[in-house]
Design a protein around this ligand. Structure first.
Ligand code: 173
Length: 497
């Protein structure tokens, strides 16, 4: 039997010398934990004496507080007869968001992936939009990810009896209804209360593979528990400084049936994402009374705080260890040069993802699509391409089935799509993700017919003209849909008087 604590009592512990908070109906004394909190004490103090569940949920695994806080600090359950006094009040922003959600375009009017982004931009809480949409530094790479696809043109073939077309494929030995997998994105509950489960349910229903993110809002087990019996998952891994933790996590995933391990190798430190950082400064200042005068680093942001465990010392020498702890195929996610692609091949992994992390890491790194052309050339020169044992994937900037077909024609086995699915569920939940999958199907059917291919095996490098792919100058048709949702970076703002 858990002790009942009254809401009035919780409310009295509302400061640095005694700080209690409520999470999921339980009361915790976090006074001594304040300075250990990876996200800083300020954010906790904002909820001192109050219910912090809503702020806690998107960015912590469900058991973070129970495992990090000593048992004697677990004070009991809030007396339900008093909780009404400590629940969060409904803000004006909440009401506005509710109104906007009701005025969303009906799902059947969502015709392409840009539409999801446009809706998400309006209905998402400002901080969630800033976190999801932001990219590093001047955001050149995130935009180049789109432009690169426009520098590749089709060379379609005709009169090939395209009455039947089939876009299903196999990815790392697993059946997939699309040559697209759902790539890992963090913090899904910032966008929708069900978080990544929206992806899981839609992916299961439509035979699409989901890559589970280490930093998903839902726990790994919650996601796998929500799956259909034969549903396929890949795992995205951030490598912990404590390799025992990583080993347990990887082996648990393997036991639970995950089919491939994608190790992120492009994030020894998180990129500086200024949209995200700028909003944090404004937001924190607004509620900063509790910590005035304290020397708190203000530019960290959520992602920085929760990524402190990632090991920047990770190196090629670690690959044999990963091979020793798992039988899953290992794929290195975040390769950007032919040199590293060859090293990955030599290291004996089963594949690579040519990726710049959605433009969120090294700004002015090239697009995965551009890198693909140099990687296939280098592997071919070595006499090891095409290969049955080494797959190349591409992600970043994919918004159309035509993008997918270009990447496949140039040698990718499949492409990863992250943000568009995140925006789809942020705006429309599971149904949004299903609609996004349907859009890929419709576009693939049409584009394959027009390109003159009946199956994905029939795609050839000669079906595209990629001769301009390395050219980063010149005039280009403007990508109007993309540009109309692209939100320009902002400069430092004066305080309003
Ligand atoms: O791109 C990201 O935001 C990301 O990969 C990440 C890394 C650490 C914590 C949260 C997100």
């Amino acid at each position: 039997m858990s002790t009942l604590v009254s809401g009035e009592v919780v409310q009295q512990h509302n400061n640095r010398s005694s700080c209690w908070i409520i999470v999921h109906g339980k009361v915790y004394d976090v006074t001594e934990f304040l300075d250990e909190h990876p996200g800083g004490s300020k954010i906790i103090l904002k909820y001192a004496g109050k219910d912090a569940t809503e702020a806690y949920e998107p960015i912590h695994p469900p058991d973070a507080i129970t495992t990090n806080l000593p048992k004697e600090k677990h004070l009991g359950t809030v007396d339900p007869n008093t909780i009404v006094q400590v629940v969060k009040e409904v803000t004006e922003a909440d009401l506005r968001r509710k109104m906007l959600m009701e005025a969303r375009p009906p799902l059947e009017e969502i015709l392409n992936l840009h539409d999801f982004e446009a809706v998400a931009k309006v209905v998402l809480p400002e901080k969630a939009w800033a976190y999801y949409s932001s990219a590093s530094d001047d955001e050149i790479t995130i935009r180049e990810n789109r432009l690169a696809y426009q520098r590749v043109w089709f060379r379609p073939r005709v009169l090939r009896d395209v009455s039947k077309v089939d876009w299903s494929t196999t990815i790392l030995g697993q059946k997939s209804s699309l040559p697209v997998y759902i790539s890992a994105t963090a913090l899904g509950k910032l966008g929708h209360p069900d978080g990544e489960l929206n992806l899981t349910r839609a992916a299961g229903k439509h035979g699409v593979i989901q890559m589970i993110a280490t930093l998903a809002s839902c726990s790994f087990d919650e996601i796998v528990d929500a799956a259909l019996p034969d549903q396929t998952f890949f795992l995205q891994l951030y490598v912990n400084r404590d390799r025992e933790i990583t080993k347990r996590y990887v082996q648990h995933a393997e036991r639970r049936g995950v089919k491939a391990l994608f190790i992120t190798v492009d994030a020894p430190q998180l990129g500086r994402r200024e949209k995200d950082m700028r909003l944090k400064l404004v937001g924190d200042d607004a509620g900063a009374e509790v910590q005035r005068g304290q020397d708190v680093p203000k530019d960290q942001g959520v992602a920085r705080a929760i990524s402190a465990f990632i090991d920047p010392s990770l190196s090629w020498d670690d690959i044999p260890w990963f091979k020793s702890i798992t039988k899953m195929p290992i794929i290195l996610k975040g390769i950007s040069t032919a040199e590293d692609a060859l090293l990955a091949y030599d290291a004996g992994v089963q594949g690579i993802v040519l990726s710049n992390h959605g433009g969120r890491q090294l700004d002015t790194a090239r697009s995965g699509l551009e890198v693909l052309t140099e990687v296939t050339a280098a592997l071919r020169a070595r006499g090891v391409y095409p290969s049955r044992t080494f797959d190349i994937f591409v992600d970043g900037g994919v918004r159309r089935a035509s993008d997918v077909l270009k990447a496949l024609a140039l040698g990718a086995k499949a492409v990863g799509v992250g943000r568009p699915f995140l925006y789809a569920f942020s705006a429309y939940g599971q149904e949004g993700v299903e609609r996004a999958i349907q859009i890929f199907r419709d576009e693939l059917e049409m584009n394959m017919r027009l390109l003159g291919v009946r199956t994905l095996d029939e795609l050839r490098p000669e079906m595209v003209d990629a001769s301009a792919i390395h050219s980063h100058v010149g005039t280009q048709p403007e990508d109007k849909l993309y540009n109309s949702t692209y939100q320009p970076l902002a400069l430092a703002a004066f305080r309003s008087a």
